[in-house]
Design a protein around this ligand. Structure first.
Ligand SMILES: *[C@@H]1O[C@H](CO)[C@@H](O)[C@H](O)[C@H]1NC(C)=O
Ligand SMILES: *[C@@H]1O[C@H](CO)[C@@H](O)[C@H](O)[C@H]1NC(C)=O
Ligand SMILES: *[C@@H]1O[C@H](CO)[C@@H](O)[C@H](O)[C@H]1NC(C)=O
Ligand SMILES: *[C@@H]1O[C@H](CO)[C@@H](O)[C@H](O)[C@H]1NC(C)=O
Ligand SMILES: [Zn+2]
Length: 440
């Protein structure tokens, strides 16, 4: 091999820290993730959530200053791409994002250090590696959309809106390996915010995707109790993107005001992943359609990355909306499974504290009333002891100090031993989240 050829090869491939703009095969992607993990143990942790039907690993790279385990107060965030095997820009974007985060950390760049020091970021670049192997490069045709069993993974999750008969059917229906892996993953971490990257349109879509045509249906949209937050999150992505907010139509899709839409209003679907995340895993998830063409030509990849990069970063930062904290019992022990309810937001499955007694609620700045219920008590047979079980309920008003920080960390702690507040305990502590102009 001549040295001229070597020099050319280096120039084309670029320096080692630069990731080529092209479609890496599943095994090339695996090699890349293994190498990033091996050379950056202080900020990365590679793990598999299971295998595809054909036995390919579903690799997740976790990034953060404590990449291997959860830290109290640090929210868990995730990005998922390539759930439809032929919608491929998302996996390119997520690999570039990994590369930039790690390079930014190495170069001491503030934006990267701040993100990695405040957030644990989990990235699943392909949820459907078998579909990717089959994918045609056409912009719209669906060759490769499904998994190896020919199933659309974004129709294969349990669905809260399915009628009782349909729910029975869904329970009996085979849950695909890739879907089982994601459901298991959601049980291992308490994810707070997530996005699922698709292609074929240019829009940020938010739950619900389905409806019972009941009270949630408002003017053709299926509206969640956290609609204000979802609209905000979708606008953060579309307005941080180079063009999504303009709502330009792709050739065969409709125009979207501000580049956002309610999922159901666009088109109803059952068994989708975003509704599952929100209803059953208390994780707010968006479906981001990041390119009109499902399989863009390689030469367009650098520009498409530039269009999406700021939006991908801005969306991750939104995991710091609202209020977070812990629930303790009277002896200072963290309470798991306590219901933390925000007045006016009746979630189908109430949001609960995790095993550390932690809760996270994404909320826009404003005034909110909270109800905290710890509703499991083991009651023994009292007569044997000549006493019913004694249990005092401690209800305290807790206020976040808006001057302290613009990310209030509210601890719902047991009663202060020297009560200064003579008013009766208030079962609905009120938080005042600082009013601040939201930049989108
Ligand atoms: C990631 O790197 C760490 C540290 O070098 C290593 O112990 C671990 O086995 C690697 N994980 C994988 C999946 O290769
Ligand atoms: C980054 O900062 C650390 C600690 O301040 C320093 O030791 C290191 O040399 C810096 N690295 C670069 C690439 O600037
Ligand atoms: C991470 O954040 C904490 C508290 O906000 C700060 O004390 C610490 O210095 C930060 N670490 C880095 C590496 O930025
Ligand atoms: C019996 O009563 C005592 C004192 O009231 C209490 O400390 C203890 O936990 C009780 N035991 C049971 C089994 O209820
Ligand atoms: Zn899709």
């Amino acid at each position: 091999m001549s040295s001229l050829f070597l020099l050319l090869a280096v120039l084309i491939a670029g320096p080692a820290s630069m990731l080529e703009f092209r479609y890496h095969s599943n095994s090339e992607m695996e090699q890349y993730l293994l190498q990033i993990n091996a050379s950056n143990p202080e900020v990365t942790h590679l793990y598999s959530i299971g295998q595809s039907v054909k036995g390919q690993q579903l690799w997740v790279l976790a990034l953060g200053l404590s990449p291997r385990r959860h830290t109290v107060g640090i929210p868990e965030f995730k990005y998922v791409a390539n759930m439809h095997g032929n919608e491929v820009l998302g996996r390119v974007l997520l690999l570039q994002l990994i590369n930039d985060l790690v390079r930014g950390y190495r170069d001491n760049e503030t934006w990267s250090l701040q993100l990695l020091n405040s957030t644990r970021i989990h990235i699943l670049p392909t949820m459907n590696p078998d579909g990717f192997d089959e994918a045609g490069t056409h912009c719209q045709y669906s060759q490769g959309r499904f998994n190896y069993n020919g199933v659309d993974l974004n129709r294969n999750f349990p669905d809260a809106f399915a009628g009782l008969r349909r729910q029975q059917q869904l329970r009996e229906e085979k849950r695909e390996a890739e879907v089982r892996a994601v459901i298991g993953w959601l049980r291992t971490e308490s994810f707070v915010l997530s996005a699922n990257l698709h292609g074929g349109a240019l829009v940020a879509s938010y739950p619900y995707d389905n409806s019972n045509k009941d009270s949630e249906l408002v003017d053709g949209a299926s509206v969640t109790p956290d609609n204000d937050v979802f609209v905000h999150l979708a606008r953060v992505y579309s307005h941080s993107h180079a063009s999504m907010h303009r709502g330009d139509r792709c050739d065969d899709s409709m125009p979207f005001l501000e580049g956002i839409t309610n999922g159901y209003q666009w088109y109803p679907l059952s068994g989708g992943m975003q509704d599952y995340n929100y209803v059953w895993a208390q994780c707010l998830e968006l479906t981001l359609e990041v390119s009109c063409c499902k399989f863009p030509p390689v030469r367009e990849l650098p520009a498409l990355w530039a269009d999406n990069k700021k939006a991908l970063l801005a969306f991750m930062q939104q995991v710091h909306l609202g209020v977070k904290g812990r629930v303790f019992d009277a002896s200072g022990v963290p309470v798991q499974n306590a219901v933390v309810e925000v007045k006016g937001r009746r979630n189908m499955c109430p949001f609960r504290t995790d095993q550390h007694g932690e809760y996270y609620r994404l909320l826009l700045p404003g005034k909110y009333s909270f109800t905290v219920k710890t509703n499991t008590l083991n009651v023994p047979y009292g007569p044997d002891n000549y006493s019913a079980m004694k249990h005092d309920f401690l209800l305290r008003r807790v206020s976040a100090d808006p001057t302290q920080s613009n990310l209030p960390h509210a601890n719902l702690t047991p009663a202060d031993p020297t009560p200064a507040d003579p008013t009766p305990a208030d079962p609905t502590p009120t938080f005042l989240l600082p009013q601040k102009k939201i930049l989108i």
